[in-house]
Design a protein around this ligand. Structure first.
Ligand code: BTN
Length: 246
């Protein structure tokens, strides 16, 4: 991974560049890194702001032979790889909020966006977008973000080399990806749980069609979130926005 790196100073979104490369047969493991994004994409059609020269904005191209059903597991796997890399480089133990936000002290430090192409039986490609707040200081955040976002520098009180972090993330990713392709999601699930912050908590999951409030009791072997509502009914959540019910 990362043997082929496409580096660009300014892009609309590394996700767009990566999907163009996919159409031009870029091999698995190709990564796109940008210094600045004009139209960074977040999950659920949100925008993603990339601070100039202070954040990591990258997209990773995968070509796994898997069914689209298990593709969300790749997002959880990526969260584990990044959490482990952050821990190795900074000494901070980050938390993962299902499915894939990385938090430190309950504030977001990294977001992951997985986009795939293919048909109902088999995936052709997956582009995993990774945005990490690395060297921002408090004054880089507008007031409305300062309560919910943080950076590695703010948390640790020192700047970090983004290139080093990318290198460790790719090594961690490669390690877990190989385990996943060989043994499936189970071994990754155990690691994911060791970073999970949502489990055991009262949460609210907002999906496209409903709102589920209850206790997060675990994730399935396939990576979906299980929530038990006050009536004791267990809901399986495939995709949602999660907030903590205080
Ligand atoms: C989220 O938490 O909503 C996901 C954010 C993903 C942001 C990254 S930055 C690199 C890549 N390019 C994009 O446009 N988005 C992802």
């Amino acid at each position: 991974f990362g043997r082929q790196i496409v580096y660009q100073e300014e892009v609309n979104s590394t996700q767009i560049i990566a999907s163009e490369l996919v159409m031009n047969d870029a091999p698995e493991g190709t990564i796109v890194v940008a210094e600045r994004q004009l139209k960074g994409r977040g999950r659920l059609q949100r925008n993603w702001v990339t601070s100039d020269g202070k954040a990591i904005a990258m997209s990773l191209i995968l070509r796994p032979s898997i069914s689209p059903r298990v593709a969300p597991q790749l997002t959880l796997l990526t969260a584990v790889a990044i959490a482990s890399a952050i821990e190795k480089v900074t000494g901070i133990h980050p938390n993962i909020k299902w499915p894939n936000d990385l938090l430190i002290n309950k504030k977001k430090v990294c977001g992951i966006l997985t986009e795939m192409q293919g048909d109902a039986d088999c995936i052709k490609s997956v582009v995993i977008g990774i945005g990490i707040n690395v060297n921002q200081v408090e004054s880089d955040y507008p007031l409305e973000l300062s309560d919910i976002a943080t950076s590695l520098r703010i948390e640790k009180g020192q700047p970090f080399l983004r290139a080093k972090l990318i290198q460790v993330i790719l090594a961690e990713f490669e390690k877990y990806y190989e385990i996943f392709l060989e043994k499936g999601f189970k071994p990754i699930k155990i690691l994911w749980e060791s970073y999970a912050i949502s489990l055991g908590k009262q949460i609210k999951a907002t999906t496209l069609t409903e709102e589920v409030i209850g206790q997060a009791i675990g994730i399935t072997d396939e990576g979906q979130l299980l929530i038990e509502d006050p009536a004791g009914i267990v809901h399986t959540i495939y995709s949602a926005d999660i907030s903590f019910n205080k």
